[in-house]
Design a protein around this ligand. Structure first.
Ligand code: ADP
Ligand code: MG
Length: 240
């Protein structure tokens, strides 16, 4: 799906990525971890084709990105969904309008698909609410529905759970696991929270100071819907 060969990204004075090589198969769930400033977001911006490598080669579906026409890159971009730490929903649009937006921008409309996605993420009852009326966890569920509207091949998550509390983080992880089961999508999950990455990812890229230190395999934990009442959970955790 993706192959990077000796990729570097240099801004005026900063080297944000140095000599990065790895490949990822279709359908994998890959974590990217590292301290703030290590280059994680820059790597995601290369993977979502917003930026191109300064050096080295990036292949997506066996095509080298620097050799593609603008139009071909545009087409590839439409198959990549993205979610962010700050949700990036449009405040003046309702939940439903936010989810419909990626299609609208392409001059398309698919009401049934939008409603199906909203119920998939458990937000259909809030379809006419505005983002300001939602909790953080709810906003991220809407953002995930929006990222899925173009039926992406790739889903990129940049610190998607980093503003959420533990319960909402687990809800989003559970949702990502369901997305992975039901959509044929490759997921990159950037986070500085190792506990979260451990629950979700099958392989983890470890970044430090613009370099890829190594790739570690992991056995994710499938999170089933918790039946334990919240009070009980808190008591157990405090007793640990
Ligand atoms: N557009 C840019 N212009 C200049 N420097 C940048 C730019 N984007 C990122 N950087 C620098 O690249 C390095 C890596 O940043 P980033 O990828 O955002 O790290 P992370 O997401 O791991 O916190 C940092 O030193 C950052 O200041
Ligand atoms: Mg970042």
């Amino acid at each position: 799906m993706y192959r990077l060969e000796h990729v570097s990204k240099v801004y005026q004075e900063t080297t944000a990525l140095q000599d990065i090589s790895f490949s990822v198969e279709k359908g994998e769930i890959v974590g990217i971890v590292g301290k703030s400033g290590s280059g994680k977001s820059t790597l995601l911006r290369l993977l979502n084709l917003l930026e191109t490598p300064s050096k080295g080669q990036l292949f997506l579906a066996n095509k080298e990105i620097n050799k593609l026409s603008k139009k071909a890159i545009q087409q590839q971009k439409q198959k990549i969904g993205m979610v962010f730490q700050q949700y990036n929903l449009l405040n003046n649009l309702t939940v439903k309008e936010n989810v419909a937006l990626p299609l609208k921008l392409m001059g398309k409309k698919d009401e049934a698909n939008v409603m199906e996605l909203l119920s998939f993420v458990g937000m259909n009852h809030k379809q006419d609410s505005y983002p300001a009326q939602l909790s953080g966890g709810e906003k991220q569920r809407v953002a995930l529905a929006r990222a899925l509207t173009r039926n992406p091949d790739v889903l990129l998550c940049d610190e998607a759970t980093s503003s959420l509390d533990e319960e909402n983080t687990d809800d989003v992880i559970r949702l990502l696991q369901r997305i992975h089961e039901e959509f044929p999508v490759t997921i990159f999950f950037v986070s500085h929270e190792l506990d979260t990455v451990k629950k979700l990812c099958e392989r983890v890229l470890v970044m430090e100071d613009s370099r890829l230190l190594g790739v570690v395999d992991n056995q994710p934990t499938y999170l089933s819907k918790s039946d334990t009442p919240y009070l009980e959970k808190v008591k157990r955790r405090l007793a640990e």
